[in-house]
Design a protein around this ligand. Structure first.
Ligand SMILES: *[C@@H]1O[C@H](CO)[C@@H](O)[C@H](O)[C@H]1NC(C)=O
Ligand SMILES: *[C@@H]1O[C@H](CO)[C@@H](O)[C@H](O)[C@H]1NC(C)=O
Ligand SMILES: *[C@@H]1O[C@H](CO)[C@@H](O)[C@H](O)[C@H]1NC(C)=O
Ligand SMILES: *[C@@H]1O[C@H](CO)[C@@H](O)[C@H](O)[C@H]1NC(C)=O
Ligand SMILES: *[C@@H]1O[C@H](CO)[C@@H](O)[C@H](O)[C@H]1NC(C)=O
Ligand SMILES: *[C@@H]1O[C@H](CO)[C@@H](O)[C@H](O)[C@H]1NC(C)=O
Ligand SMILES: *[C@@H]1O[C@H](CO)[C@@H](O)[C@H](O)[C@H]1NC(C)=O
Length: 501
């Protein structure tokens, strides 16, 4: 048996500081990239993922016909990704019919009597049946997870079958967080038996798919260089569902159970959804696998409910700002130009009122509740009573704030001249729908399915009271804040149990 331990200087060993080109959620503690048979070891551009361009590491190979051959890598304890890169071309010393071999690592048998040539022709066949044409490529990567114990050695042993040669084009080893695939920390659904994933088990990656999205290369991963393929090649039958994309500007909220290295944001931004027709059809993926093994299926979900609760928090923040203006100082300040574009958000999505260019001090004489002044403001937001009577009060701001609430809910312009007459003015439309109980028909489609009915009713009530024609019937901002906080509470209560509109 020939054992080969690579001296460290012939490996492309990248320390964590040099791998971190950009801030990544996970920084590898062990990272080896080795391009076999190459005379140089300077490659570090990591464009290996693009399978249509045979290049590093595929352009060079190491062929061995000895009884067995072992690479030994010194690494830290813990789980590692082991990636084996193959490009089964006809090299001068390598013939397809003489290329069967076994690979093992740290006591785990990874392949037995394996033919990279047969594997590529299988891949070519399955890809040519695929829905989307992709170039037929003769190279592929096999990815395993090996748990390295306290000996801190990762061995990879190639054993040619009788009268055969083994070959390899590239090996990559990347550390990973201890708990990434540890099944104890994940919720299992519908699993009643089967092994628990622990450090006595080696895993092989069979599929890693980005649902509803495209290919995500290793460089786009969270620091472990996993690549994610599109799922559309595997969808069975004509039903393909919908593939909405979550707004690029909005952050993906990771949690302590699902930390930011779990999967890249791009994976969570795209989805395949059954939309509102989910009771009318089935969505099915067919993923061919080998029989005789256990398969661990991990499903990544991303709930985009914040989209709505975040809007509610922003409304509450803005309402508190206005409440402070009206009541905080010893004389009320009337903003006079309350509109959505005057609400600024900081990096924590906290609302700030801006543009006090038109603001006015409230009446000095506390027995009067208005100041007489020319009408200023923005069309669509201006209090109709102020407009008619030239009397400005804090309730004029309350009216404008009611318009903002509808804007947040419906995500449409406050005046839209392209619509039928009865829908042009959002304030009028909102009040009429609220009275008829049809508010859910005009809400932003992006919020569809996210709002608890009780929350919507409360929110609509607050907005419509703000929009009352009579300023005396409009609530003070204290009441508005209180009403919106109640709406948020109703939303949170229902998220635990209830149905959404
Ligand atoms: C990932 O999360 C960790 C811990 O919460 C944080 O320190 C780090 O900045 C995050 N990294 C990125 C790229 O978001
Ligand atoms: C990874 O390294 C980068 C650059 O050194 C650093 O900004 C980042 O916080 C590190 N991330 C973790 C999770 O340690
Ligand atoms: C291995 O390959 C070398 C070089 O091609 C050749 O000389 C040798 O005979 C081969 N050995 C076996 C056991 O096939
Ligand atoms: C790695 O291989 C060497 C040489 O064959 C052997 O001595 C050592 O026990 C192996 N280590 C592991 C963890 O398999
Ligand atoms: C390896 O597979 C080939 C092709 O199926 C077969 O001809 C050969 O006998 C197998 N060798 C071993 C050692 O199983
Ligand atoms: C609704 O979703 C679409 C698609 O993701 C996006 O382009 C649009 O900006 C969203 N609208 C709002 C108001 O967030
Ligand atoms: C969807 O699949 C389930 C379970 O296989 C089946 O009972 C149901 O009839 C299917 N529905 C449609 C619309 O095909």
């Amino acid at each position: 048996m020939l054992t080969f331990t690579f001296p460290i200087f012939s490996l492309l060993l990248l320390s964590s500081s040099s791998t971190a080109t950009a801030a990544q959620p996970y920084n590898a503690t062990d990272y080896y990239l080795f391009d076999y048979g190459s005379s140089t070891t300077t490659n570090s551009d990591r464009i290996w993922d693009n399978p249509s361009v045979p290049q590093t590491p595929y352009s060079t190979t190491r062929i061995f016909n000895t009884s067995s051959f072992t690479y030994t890598f010194p690494v830290s304890q813990g789980p590692k990704f082991l990636r084996l890169y193959f490009h089964p071309a006809i090299y001068s010393d390598l013939k397809p019919e003489q290329s069967f071999f076994s690979v093992s690592s740290n006591g785990y048998s990874l392949f037995t009597n394996f033919s990279a040539f047969l594997t590529t022709s299988f891949l070519a066949k399955t890809r040519s049946n695929a829905r989307v044409d992709r170039p037929l490529v003769p190279n592929f990567v096999k990815e395993f997870i090996i748990y390295v114990k306290d000996a801190q050695i990762l061995n990879v042993t190639f054993t040619p079958s009788p009268n055969s040669c083994a070959f390899i084009n590239g090996i990559e080893i990347v550390s990973m967080p201890e708990d990434l695939y540890n099944s104890k920390k994940r919720k299992s659904v519908g699993v009643t038996n089967g092994p628990v994933i622990d450090n006595k088990m080696a895993l092989e990656n069979i599929y890693r798919l980005n649902m509803g999205g495209g290919h995500v290369s290793g460089n786009g991963d969270t620091g472990m260089y996993r690549s994610w393929g599109p799922d559309n090649n595997y969808i069975y039958s004509a039903a393909i569902g919908l593939t909405p994309v979550y707004d690029q500007l909005k952050p993906i909220m990771y949690t302590t159970e699902t930390p930011n290295y779990t999967a890249p944001e791009l994976v969570y931004r795209t989805q395949r959804s059954m939309g509102s027709q989910s009771d009318k059809y089935n969505l099915t993926w067919i993923l061919p696998v080998d029989s005789g093994f256990y398969y661990h299926l991990r499903l990544h979900f991303c709930k985009v409910v914040p989209q709505y609760k975040r809007r509610l928090h922003i409304c509450i923040g803005a309402a508190k700002g206005l409440q402070y203006l009206h009541t905080g100082a010893n004389r009320a300040i009337i903003h006079r130009d309350v509109k959505s574009t005057n609400i600024l958000l900081d990096e924590n999505w906290v609302a700030k009122l801006s543009d006090f260019g038109l603001s006015k001090l409230g009446p000095k004489d506390q027995t009067k509740n208005h100041v007489s002044t020319v009408v200023k403001g923005t069309i669509g937001y201006v209090d109709p009573e102020y407009y008619r009577r030239r009397q400005l009060t804090v309730k004029s701001d309350v009216y404008s704030f009611g318009v903002i609430l509808l804007e947040v809910l419906c995500a449409r312009p406050v005046i839209d001249l392209g619509l039928p007459d009865e829908q042009v003015n959002l304030a009028e439309l909102g009040r009429s729908c609220y009275r008829k109980g049809t508010l859910h028909e005009i809400i932003d489609q992006n919020l569809s399915g996210e709002i608890a009915p009780k929350c919507l009713t409360k929110f609509g009530e607050v907005a419509c009271r703000c929009l009352n024609e009579e300023r005396f019937a409009r609530p003070a901002m204290d009441d508005v804040v209180w009403g919106l906080e109640l709406a948020l509470q109703l939303q949170e209560d229902d998220e635990k149990t209830g149905e959404m509109v």
